[in-house]
Design a protein around this ligand. Structure first.
Ligand SMILES: Nc1ncnc2c1ncn2[C@@H]1O[C@H](COP(=O)(O)OP(=O)(O)O)[C@@H](O)[C@H]1O
Ligand SMILES: [Mg+2]
Length: 1063
């Protein structure tokens, strides 16, 4: 889960600190705290809502100055010092350190859209940077506001922002450091404490920061404008000279001061005592000195250069202390020590310098004459030298810094720049001189530029509002000033004033004592003129105007300086300057020209504006001086600025930005609009229900007339965010599940592929083996008849093996099963052995299973088989019928017969039919077999007993009849001859008789007929014939004719096979 951290910052707005990698989490999501308190990560717009509005454009009552100032005040109270008017940043100097310039803040604004975050100078800086990078167009940031409003601070913040946020290589790091360090140096030499600002810029500065195509700062260039040199020699009460003098005296090491001949006391120096303000509580000269020294090193000053630079600074202090004495016409310098120091520090000849400071070289009729100066002239010559030395050194310093910032890599000449303009602000003092005139002229020019660039389209309306601007009037004043300076004769500051009255006197914005009404006269001196600037009225005192504009340095002083051994001065004072006969351009004209150039530079770039406001005149934190602020709001034209923005549409945004922010509110534009941006925005606002009068679609922007329309849209977005969050979550979950699934899928595929590979390899291997086997097999087959050899051994083994396996599967199931696989030749013998073994085994196991009864049965059946098999036709029918122990039981046999038999045990009894010997009459009888004899019973009588000894044989036919003849020995008289009997179980009966009588070999099976003895030598014959019906009868020939049923040998074979199966 993403961790949401909320950080409250002193501006009162809530921001989220950036993530680890600098990314910014959405600052618009809501967080519901555990206690139910809802901490809102407010959107930019709702945050604006809380403390006034973040953008004046969103003020409902936009025409009311009171509402405007109230909004400023509300925000100022909450330390919200930044507010937009559209893209213009209004900044109110807090006069205290706010915790809004940390690295976190820089990260916060990096790459974030201007409107998405609370107003900040970083947002402006970032916006310019991004525009530069994306559009490859040079940018400039114009910082304006009166002295002390925070312009210089703003420019430093911007520089720091770039130094921190822009990509950097090692080489670039040096440039970054130099860019940053150029500030303390230039401030030390060019800033001073004034009544308006403890660190007032006394020069104008335009700085180009150069970026390579990767967006890294690779170089820089500074242009300086008109340093207020007069400050070197004079300061108003409560003001100071340039910081560097105090820093040197306070911070300089003892050795250094000694070498420079300085004392650690500013009161000792005439140039430092005029303002009577050597110490300022907000300034620490000593620590600033250290900073400056370090900065000089970073910028690339070597020790010699630093020494020479400080020599010059010290020499200016010494110059200030040069005292003049003597009488008029014979002025001399009273302080020799100063000259000694000066000679050494400036690297010039002391005597020459002394002369130059007291004389003026004039060329009359081709001859050079040295004319002595009077006291006043001498001291102004001295002051002129001080100013020239200091001013030119300052310019040298800027050049030196520029050299160190020069983009050295020639390979990529092409770079983009962001220009930073921090120029002295509009200022009004008790006494305003030439410098204020120039400064205010400059501000007027800048205001003109601002109006031209921002309010141009509605310029008429702007003018109608009564805010006019007319820097042109300056031009008139400057040309008159120049005229007076160049005019031979008794031109003076006062004649200049008169000329002004004559020429521009009619102008509504120009007043002098003479021209003014009585009321104004009271507050104006006779030597003053008043200009009505855009920012207010200023009275300028004409004293010194001509001199300052001439900026003259006597030729002999120049010559002295040209001979200086100080390398810096040597560069500052060029000998060519001496030979140049042309009069140098006046200061005002130079300034005017440089300003014109500046305007050109600025016009060629995409501008951004920072309008600085000073909340009070006492440099106090938290004091909101409404009168002062209203004045600034008025002259900065902020209301007009706002009105212009609002006149058309309160709110404008580039199509892509608008669409990006609100696209989620319309199904057609969500999540992405594919067509033209303008169409997308049109679709979106149509869906949102904007009325035609509420908005206009421009070429690249949408313009919304009323803030409430925007608020409604913003609210809708707020609501929509929740559902979007849910959707995003769902989307994310879906995505993560899908990717999980994809992972599983690819894993499964990988495993499958792997496994298929294994299988395929196995199959291939098996195929290979199979092929090998088949090949071996075929070879073996070819060589099968050879002796066992490597080629056939497998085959032979296989044949054997397969025979044995086949045998194993197909062994005979029982003894009657005679099937046996055909063995290969090699195994013929073994096969035979096996077959026998198998049979023996089966027999043996069959025998083991046989019960005694069954054995008995079998024995009898065996005997029957031996006797009748294939001999008598009805034998097969008898096979399946089991032999029984007897066919007659006790109750079937008459007890008398049993009694008659006595102890003789009966072994078998069966009902039979007996045929008479004579008439072949059939009579039912019972045949009983005992141990010794066969007995024929007629009911109760034993009719005939045939001892087995007397039984000669037994005859039976081969047919299927049941007749048989017991042949009895004729020796026995008791016998009446052979007995003809018929049994339904003839095979059983005969088998029993044969066993009991042990007459197995005495059974005869006859074909055709049987002859038997009837008694007393007589014979009978039985004829057997096959027929369709069983018939036993006496034939005509006196024979017994037996017609046997034609045997149907297999009709009852089922029973037989059943018996077989049992075996
Ligand atoms: N953003 C700021 N935060 C804190 N103090 C500021 C800020 N801007 C200006 N100041 C204070 O106001 C003083 C004057 O600001 P400065 O930028 O020098 O004014 P300007 O250049 O407009 O004359 C600074 O020295 C500083 O003390
Ligand atoms: Mg400044």
């Amino acid at each position: 889960m993403m961790e949401l951290r909320i950080q409250l910052i002193p501006t009162g707005e809530i921001i989220l600190p950036p993530g680890k990698n600098g990314e910014n989490y959405c600052h618009c999501c809501k967080v519901v705290a555990s206690d139910g308190v809802r901490a809102m990560m407010e959107s930019a717009l709702t945050a604006r809502d809380r403390v006034g509005v973040q953008d004046f454009v969103l003020l409902e009552n936009f025409t009311s100055e009171a509402a405007f100032i109230e909004n400023l005040r509300k925000r100022f109270k909450e330390n919200l010092i930044y507010t937009y008017i559209g893209s213009v940043l209004v900044s109110v100097n807090p006069y205290k350190d706010l915790e809004i310039y940390t690295k976190n803040h820089m990260e916060r604004y990096r790459g974030v859209n201007f409107y998405e975050v609370s107003p900040h100078i970083y947002a402006v800086a970032d916006n310019s940077y991004r525009s530069m990078r994306t559009e490859r167009k040079d940018q400039c940031i114009l910082i304006s506001g009166e002295s002390g409003a925070g312009k210089t601070e703003a420019s430093k913040k911007i520089l720091q922002y770039y130094a921190f946020t822009c990509p950097a290589s090692e080489q670039v790091q040096t440039i970054k450091d130099r860019l940053l360090q150029s500030n303390p140096v230039l401030e030390a030499f060019g800033n001073a404490k004034t009544l308006r600002n403890d660190n007032s810029s006394r020069f104008g500065k335009y700085m180009d920061i150069q970026f390579d195509f990767k967006g890294a700062p690779v170089g820089g260039h500074i242009i300086n404008y008109l340093l207020e040199k007069s400050r070197v020699v004079h300061q108003n009460h409560g003001e100071r000279n340039f910081h560097i003098f105090y820093q040197l005296i306070e911070g300089g090491e003892e050795d250094l001061l000694r070498a420079l001949g300085l004392e650690r006391n500013p009161q000792q120096y005439q140039y430092l005592v005029k303002g009577n303000c050597p110490k300022v509580s907000s300034i620490n000269d000593r620590s600033d000195w250290k900073m400056v020294r370090k900065a000089l090193t970073v910028i690339g000053f070597n020790e010699d250069e630093v020494e020479e630079l400080l020599n010059i600074i010290a020499s200016v202090l010494h110059l200030g202390n040069v005292q003049y004495g003597g009488e008029e016409g014979n002025v001399c310098i009273t302080s020799d020590t100063q000259i000694k120091y000066l000679a050494r520090l400036l690297g010039v000849n002391g005597a020459v310098l002394t002369e130059a400071l007291t004389h003026k070289k004039i060329i009359a009729k081709g001859e050079e004459l040295m004319s002595p100066l009077n006291l006043e002239q001498a001291s102004s010559a001295r002051d002129a030298l001080s100013k020239a030395v200091y001013g030119r050194t300052f310019t040298w310093l800027v050049n030196k810094i520029n050299a160190s910032l020069t983009y050295t890599d020639d390979s990529h000449k092409n770079y983009s720049v962001i220009g930073l303009l921090d120029i002295y602000g509009f200022e009004v003092f008790q006494h305003n001189s030439f410098e204020q005139f120039c400064i205010n002229y400059c501000n007027e020019k800048l205001q003109q530029l601002f109006i031209e660039l921002t309010l141009k389209s509605e310029q008429e309306e702007y003018e109608a509002e009564g805010i006019t601007w007319e820097p042109e009037k300056f031009k008139g004043i400057i040309s008159i000033l120049d005229e007076e300076c160049l005019r031979p004769g008794d031109a003076s500051d006062l004649t200049f004033l008169e000329k002004l009255e004559d020429t521009v006197g009619g102008h509504a914005h120009f007043v002098t004592h003479k021209l003014a009404d009585a009321k104004t006269r009271k507050v104006m001196g006779r030597d003053e003129f008043r200009l009505l600037h855009y920012a207010g009225e200023v009275n300028y005192n004409v004293n010194g105007f001509l001199d300052k504009n001439n900026d003259l340095l006597f030729r002999n002083l120049k010559e002295v300086m040209c001979m200086s051994e100080n390398k810096i001065l040597n560069q500052c004072f060029d000998r060519e300057e001496l030979s140049d006969k042309k009069r140098p351009e006046t200061a005002a004209t130079q300034f005017k020209a440089s300003l014109a150039k500046l305007m050109e530079i600025l016009m060629s770039k995409e501008p951004s504006y920072i309008r600085c406001i000073k909340p009070n005149d006492s440099k106090q934190a938290g004091r909101f001086d409404e009168v002062l602020i209203r004045h600034q709001v008025k002259y900065l034209g902020l209301m007009e600025n706002l009105r212009v923005r609002r006149a058309g549409f309160a709110y404008r945004r580039r199509y892509e930005v608008f669409l990006q922010r609100y696209k989620s509110l319309c199904p057609d534009t969500w999540p992405n609009w594919q067509g033209k941006l303008a169409d997308g925005v049109a679709t979106l606002v149509k869906h949102l229900g904007y009325k035609p009068e509420e908005y206009k679609l421009g070429r690249s922007k949408i313009f919304i007339r009323f803030p409430k329309t925007l608020f409604a849209t913003e609210e809708a977005l707020e609501t929509r965010k929740h559902s979007l969050a849910t959707k995003l979550q769902a989307g994310w979950r879906g995505y993560s599940q899908k990717s999980k699934y994809q992972k599983l899928r690819t894993s499964a595929i990988a495993i499958q592929a792997w496994w298929r590979g294994i299988l395929a390899r196995r199959r291939a291997q098996r195929r290979r083996q199979a092929a090998d086997t088949i090949r071996r097999f075929i070879k073996g087959f070819i060589y099968r008849h050879r002796e066992r050899c490597p080629e056939n051994e497998y085959f032979l083994d296989y044949v054997r093996y397969s025979f044995l396996m086949k045998l194993h599967r197909n062994l005979p199931k029982n003894v009657l099963d005679k099937s046996w696989p055909t063995p290969p030749a090699a195994l013929a013998e073994a096969s035979e052995h096996l077959r026998k073994l198998c049979m023996q085994n089966m027999v043996w196991s069959y025998c083991k299973k046989i019960s005694p009864e069954w054995k008995h049965q079998m024995e009898q059946k065996m005997i029957a088989s031996e006797l009748f098999k294939d001999k008598k036709d009805n034998y097969p029918q008898s096979v399946p019928k089991l032999f029984v122990s007897t066919r007659l039981n006790g109750e079937d046999i008459n007890p008398k017969v049993v009694q008659a038999l006595g102890s003789e045990k009966m072994k078998y009894a069966v009902p039979v039919t007996k045929y008479d010997r004579k008439g072949y009459k059939a009579r039912p009888r019972q045949l009983l077999l005992t141990a010794n004899s066969a007995v024929i019973i007629e009911e109760t009588k034993l009719k005939q007993r045939i001892d087995y000894g007397a039984l000669k044989g037994i005859s039976v036919s081969s047919l299927s009849d049941g007749l048989f003849v017991l042949h009895v020995s004729s020796d026995d008289n008791k016998q009446k001859g052979d007995v003809v009997l018929q049994s339904d179980h003839v095979i059983e009966t005969l088998t029993k008789i044969a066993i009991c009588s042990d007459k197995i070999n005495s059974i005869n099976i006859n074909q055709g007929s049987i002859t038997f003895t009837v008694g007393q030598g007589k014979e009978g014959i039985i004829d057997f014939t096959p027929g369709s019906e069983l018939l036993v009868a006496k034939a005509k020939n006196g024979h017994l004719s037996v017609v046997s049923l034609l045997n149907l040998p297999h009709s009852q074979s089922d029973g037989f096979s059943k018996l077989k199966a049992e075996m």
